[in-house]
Design a protein around this ligand. Structure first.
Ligand code: AMP
Length: 113
């Protein structure tokens, strides 16, 4: 997607601080961290949001979740972490490319919203 920030991060035209990359996904540090460790994991293919996950693209979501333990181990999040996905207007999704926030590095607030 030509005007998608995360597609541009994936293709390297916008720089990012990478944590993990393979042919299907990229993990990089969030520009405005909300926790001592705040990393975003994105599929390289453009999927707008959680609402656009379907039987033909769900495999990449499962793949991301199989890689999260490896990514969080690399980040030193041995004591736990939170995975957040914001979807759509009410979910306050600001970048319309599916991504999972990994937050950790301290005992997080228990509030969900
Ligand atoms: P969301 O509000 O769930 O859509 O999350 C989007 C996240 O992307 C926010 O936490 C932003 O700080 C982060 N973000 C936006 N642009 C960049 C960028 N160029 N590099 C890293 N993180 C970014």
């Amino acid at each position: 997607m030509a005007d998608c920030i995360f597609c541009k991060i994936v293709d390297g035209s916008i720089p990012s601080k990478k944590v993990y990359e393979d042919d299907k996904i990229l993990a990089f540090y969030d520009l405005e961290p909300q926790a001592p460790v705040h990393v975003l994991v994105v599929p390289k293919q453009h999927i707008c949001c959680a609402n656009e996950i379907n039987e033909s693209n769900a495999e990449i979501v499962a793949y991301i979740f199989t890689k999260i333990p490896e990514i969080t181990k690399k980040l030193g999040l041995d004591n736990g972490y939170r995975i957040v996905n914001n979807c759509g207007e009410d979910g306050c999704q600001s970048v319309k490319h599916l991504h999972f926030h990994i937050l950790g590095g301290k005992k997080l607030n228990g509030a969900m919203c």
